[in-house]
Design a protein around this ligand. Structure first.
Ligand code: FAD
Length: 132
């Protein structure tokens, strides 16, 4: 698996979690979200990326106070990674549209096509589509 495949899958996982993070999180839910990010800064399986992410999180700690706040925080830190890799900035106003309510489990091909997400397809290298 390449660093890019790992990154796309990880962002998919994180943004999907954020999309479902509640508006009024309990103490335990806040703790879980903070711990998830904290753990990632140590065990993310690309050492250079983990160190880079740890630096970002150190100066911009996760805002887990609400679903909106957590999604905005994640979008902002993803943009910091994008910036360092010379990738375009993502407009965080569209983060909800991009990562929530997208049910591509039944017919992935049709879903990918209808949302114009062809370039986001995550494949396993042998042509098999794993997700978007
Ligand atoms: P990705 O950046 O993987 O994004 C996937 C999709 O998310 C995009 O197609 C777009 O639809 C959407 N998106 C893009 N930006 C945002 C945003 N701000 N908010 C919401 N949605 C967005 N790679 C390195 O080479 N060096 C690193 O130091 C590094 N650090 C990383 C740290 C973490 C925590 C993670 C998860 C990944 C890291 N990566 C790193 C991988 C890198 O971020 C990309 O995942 C990889 O380069 C593939 O990029 P991509 O252009 O396919 O889109």
């Amino acid at each position: 698996m390449s660093r890019e495949d790992l990154g796309r899958s990880s962002w998919l996982f994180l943004h999907t979690i954020a999309a479902h993070y509640p508006d009024n999180p309990s103490h335990v839910q806040r703790q879980d979200a903070e711990r998830l990010i904290d753990i990632l800064t140590r065990i993310y399986p690309c050492a250079e990326c983990a160190e880079h992410f740890a630096n970002i999180v150190a100066h911009k700690p996760p805002d887990v106070s609400s679903g909106t706040a957590f999604r905005e925080w994640l979008c902002a830190v993803h943009n910091e990674v994008n910036y360092s890799l010379d990738k375009p900035q993502f407009n965080c106003a569209f983060v909800h549209a991009r990562w929530s309510g997208l049910d591509c489990t039944d017919d992935l091909n049709a879903c990918v096509h209808s949302h114009g997400l062809e370039k986001n397809i995550v494949s396993n290298g042998s042509g098999k589509r794993l997700g978007i």
